[in-house]
Design a binder for this molecule. Structure first.
Ligand code: DOR
Ligand code: ZN
Length: 351
């Protein structure tokens, strides 16, 4: 049995860092593992301009523990009225790496999102020309569509036509949760379509939300699906296909905001993310594909150089805490903290 594994320092290609005190609390957990992260723009108000993207990047760099190297890769929140010139400037001035498309109303802080793809066609045209990736929260917002079918409906009704209309646009279907998404991305061998997969969608099916009662800390969007879908995600993630890569979607919410009558969607996985993914690859006897998923496929899709340095994980009880304190008696619940995982990241002097 393999007792230890060393891989090139990985990247998190989908991360929510928030701002202020939460940013300062959660950032060290990501920076400890990852060389870079694609940072989501769904702040309040969202990051919609080059100057807001630059300022947010500065706040993240200031919040980094001293001596830590970590590169936040910023994204711009796409709105119906986004000016294509703003996107071009942001990309050319190396402030924005990508643009995030939230269908309006699909998830947390998506109220400024896109109401119809046709409204942003001029922006997508510019991005296609620049080779700038579009990152999509792929869920239908049609209230008539069952919550568990929203990803599949989005693929049929919105994504497939979009890919046809913009044949050279680079697209990441974020945090995929279904067999339909896994098959759709796997079947596209053009290299311009990829998907991120979260640790929770690889480790749990929807039963986790209802085990012995309602479990808000397993609630995220897109919501966990039935077992058949989890198995499909595990197949493609561990297959060695270049089209799938690590994106935690770590999304911290203060405990009270989740344990509420109308609880927030989002799972805070940053403290245990890499160990959780490794557990999946270990269970699937696919340790030889772990490094590609964590450290290569994503950065190749984005055209980034490999990270310097390595990380090592050993087969021993994971000591991440069950919750992380925010002050004032507030805290954030950690995904699979408290020794639930059999792998542990060896702390290392940051590169
Ligand atoms: O569960 C989620 N939480 N899904 C999202 O799309 C947004 C995220 C958040 O920002 O909390
Ligand atoms: Zn997200």
């Amino acid at each position: 049995m393999v007792q230890s594994i060393t891989i090139r320092r990985p990247d998190d290609m989908h991360l929510h860092l928030r701002d202020d005190a939460v940013l300062r609390t959660v950032l060290p957990y990501s920076a400890r593992q990852f060389g870079r992260a694609i940072v989501m723009p769904n702040l309040k108000p969202p990051v919609t301009t080059v100057s807001a993207g630059r300022a947010y990047r500065e706040r993240i760099l200031e919040a980094l523990p001293r001596g830590t190297s970590f590169e936040p890769l910023m994204t711009c929140y796409l709105c119906d009225n986004t000016d294509p010139a703003e996107i071009r400037t942001g990309f050319e001035e190396r402030v924005f790496t990508a643009v995030k498309l939230y269908p309006a109303g699909a998830t947390t802080h998506s109220e400024y999102g896109v109401t119809a793809i046709d409204r942003v066609a001029n922006v997508l045209d510019v991005m296609q020309g620049l080779g700038m990736p579009l990152l999509i929260h792929g869920e239908s917002t049609d209230p008539g569509v069952d919550v568990f079918d929203r990803e599949a409906a989005f693929i049929d009704c919105t994504l497939a036509p979009l890919l046809e209309k913009f044949p050279a646009l680079k697209v990441v279907l974020e945090h995929i949760t279904t067999e339909q998404a896994a098959d759709f991305v796997y079947a596209d061998t053009s290299g311009r379509l990829a998907a991120t997969i979260t640790p929770q969608h690889l480790l749990f099916n929807r039963n986790a939300m209802f085990t012995g009662g309602l479990r808000p800390h397993y609630y995220c969007l897109p919501v966990l699906k039935r077992e058949q879908h989890r198995l499909a995600l595990r197949r493609v993630a561990t297959s060695g296909s270049r089209s799938f890569f690590l994106g935690t979607d770590s999304a911290p919410h203060e405990r009270g905001a989740k344990e509420a009558a109308c609880g927030c969607a989002g799972i805070f996985s940053a403290p245990t993310a890499l160990e959780a993914y490794l557990t999946v690859f270990d269970q699937e006897h696919a340790l030889d594909h772990f490094e590609a998923f964590a450290s290569e496929n994503g950065r190749l899709f984005y055209g980034l150089p490999p990270n310097e340095g390595t990380v090592t994980l050993t087969r021993e009880r994971n000591e991440a805490p069950r919750k992380v304190a925010l002050g004032d008696g507030k805290s954030i619940e950690t995904f699979m903290g408290d020794g639930e995982l059999p792998w542990r990241l060896v702390d290392h002097p940051n590169v």
